[in-house]
Ligand binder design. Structure first.
Ligand code: FEO
Length: 169
């Protein structure tokens, strides 16, 4: 495998684990303010990010590439309101999309078609992640200021259940 492609794939393991850590912190925020449905939603988001990390890990292992695990950064965002958290989530997903695109571009440059095919799933997944983050912001804008509606939105998010990723390596 091309060295640059391998390094970027390896770094992505860390970025995905950081995403899990960040969303766990979001879940922690909502748990503390008593919005357990929002906490559930981000807890499941954190689980999905761990899955993403493991997909990159397994892909490199399957390709017989050396995996190096680095320290995971501290999630250090401070939030002044619930909406801040949701907006930070959307910003983060946009950032992750840019990372996936960068790996894809590097794989494209060296005609690494197998890595491109592996990344196809993530390209689609990032589209869904950004849509979900956007939808959450829209719902919060519509319903977040009225306590009764916020209660119902919290109930809705509490119903989210974890599903394993559709990509199996
Ligand atoms: Fe692993 Fe939310 O992107």
């Amino acid at each position: 495998m091309n060295e640059k492609v391998r390094d970027l794939l390896n770094q992505q393991i860390n970025k995905e684990f950081y995403s899990a850590y960040l969303y766990l912190d979001f879940s922690n925020y909502f748990e503390e303010v008593g919005l357990d449905g929002f906490a559930n939603w981000y807890m499941i988001q954190a689980q999905e990010e761990r899955d993403h990390a493991m997909l990159f890990y397994t892909y490199l292992q399957n390709e017989d590439q050396k995996v190096t695990l680095d320290a995971i950064a501290k999630p250090d965002k401070e939030f002044s309101c619930h909406m801040d958290v949701l907006k930070a989530g959307l910003e983060h997903e946009k950032y992750v999309t840019s990372l996936i695109n960068d790996i894809y571009a590097a794989a494209y440059d060296v005609k690494d078609f197998r890595t491109m095919q592996f990344l196809d799933w993530f390209v689609k997944e990032q589209g869904e992640e950004e849509t979900n983050a956007n939808d959450l912001i829209t719902k919060m804008e519509l319903f977040g200021t009225d306590p009764k509606s916020l209660y119902m939105l919290n109930q809705e998010l509490g119903a989210r259940v974890y599903t394993a990723p559709s990509l199996v390596l």
